[in-house]
Design a protein around this ligand. Structure first.
Ligand code: AHG
Ligand code: MN
Ligand code: MN
Ligand code: MN
Length: 336
């Protein structure tokens, strides 16, 4: 059996389809290598002393887990020296990370959620890493990169992906030419192409939402979930099933595998927080992947990839997955 590796896939994308440049190819290889290191640390668990929290809080106001910080450091170190980046941004860093002067600079920007699903680390449930790649704006060449250079809509992403650290370690990737999945061969240490063309079924009867937030939801979301719960005799005419892993990577991975709709909608909680998930390193990369797999992603009214970001850590409502179902939720928003 001939096995295609990530390296071979990327070389082909560069040579035959011109879908990636040499710089993006290097970038993805380096991110994938960093994910291998993170996955290794994750798999050690208590034996590696990586479980538990630190004293610190991140800019999101969340207590940082040891693995949040370790994963962030692994990604920073791996990506600093290669000459492929102009800068990085992360959930775990208040502001952008410039490439130190001792290294050459590249033309791309890397944004990441180093460890997604922090609340699942200590309970041995799937977690992951999410990343997004943008081009540095032309006018940024010859000067230091700034936060404003990162504030580009998701439609400008040149690549996006995630690694999921679960029963298998997988890397799911798009370079704007469909979605592919690689499984880590732990003995060989290589990413093997196991999912050649991932497509999300257009219809579904499975939803994912944190129901404990129901009292805060806007009316269209309350109506939609109410209709799902009504089952066969309700307006949607079918029985729905529910899943909520509370790691976006794992929930999105399930949707890429068997369809479904994932929602972390904006809501009306007293704190004034509009949605939980972050546009730049959660919503945008996942929306790019989902659209490339034939699904859809909206904040309720607007296509997520069309949103012009105003701040690096901006939060956004997220509704993504099977196309027909996402369309239905969007229509509920338009009607009310
Ligand atoms: P992170 O661990 O990177 O901060 O992200 C957690 C996110 C996402 O993975 C998940 O969908 C959601 O938070 C779960 O939130 P609840 O705990 O509110 O369900
Ligand atoms: Mn977090
Ligand atoms: Mn996350
Ligand atoms: Mn995170």
């Amino acid at each position: 059996m001939t096995r295609k590796t990530l390296t071979q896939y990327l070389v082909e994308q560069q040579r035959r389809k011109q879908a990636v440049s040499a710089e993006v190819r290097l970038l993805i290889e380096i991110v994938a290598r960093a994910c291998k290191a993170i996955g290794h640390a994750v798999s050690k668990g208590a034996l590696g002393g990586v479980l538990g929290s630190l004293e610190s809080e991140n800019v999101q106001g969340e207590v940082q887990k040891k693995l949040d910080v370790l994963s962030n450091e692994i990604l920073l170190e791996a990506n600093e020296w290669g000459g492929h980046l102009a800068g990085m941004a992360s959930e775990e860093m208040e502001t952008i990370h410039r490439i130190p002067n001792r290294y050459p600079k590249g033309e791309h920007l890397l944004l990441f959620d180093p460890l997604d699903g922090s609340s699942n680390i200590d309970v041995n449930v799937s977690i992951g890493t999410i990343f997004s790649v943008l081009r540095a704006p032309h006018h940024a060449s010859g000067r230091d990169i700034e936060e404003a250079d990162f504030l580009q809509p998701g439609s400008r992403q040149v690549a996006a992906g995630y690694a999921v650290y679960g029963p298998q370690t997988m890397l799911v990737l798009t370079v704007g030419n469909g979605v592919v999945g690689f499984t880590l061969d732990r003995e060989m240490g290589s990413w093997v192409l196991t999912h050649k063309d991932i497509r999300i079924p257009e219809q579904t009867s499975e939803f994912a939402i944190n129901m404990s937030n129901m009292r805060h939801w806007e009316t269209p979301v309350k109506r939609y979930i109410g209709d799902c719960l009504a089952g066969k005799t309700g307006p949607l005419g079918k029985d729905y099933n529910m899943r909520w892993i509370a790691s976006m990577v794992a929930d999105v991975h399930r949707i890429l595998t068997r369809g479904g709709i994932f929602m972390y909608p904006r809501d009306e909680r007293p704190s004034g927080r509009k949605g939980k998930l972050r546009l730049m390193y959660e919503a945008n990369p996942m929306s790019f992947i989902v659209e490339q797999a034939g699904g859809a992603a909206t904040d309720g009214s607007e296509r997520i990839l069309d949103i012009f970001p105003e701040a690096l850590h901006q939060r956004v409502g997220v509704v993504l997955g099977s196309k027909e179902e996402v369309e239905r939720v969007r229509n509920y928003h338009l009607e009310l």
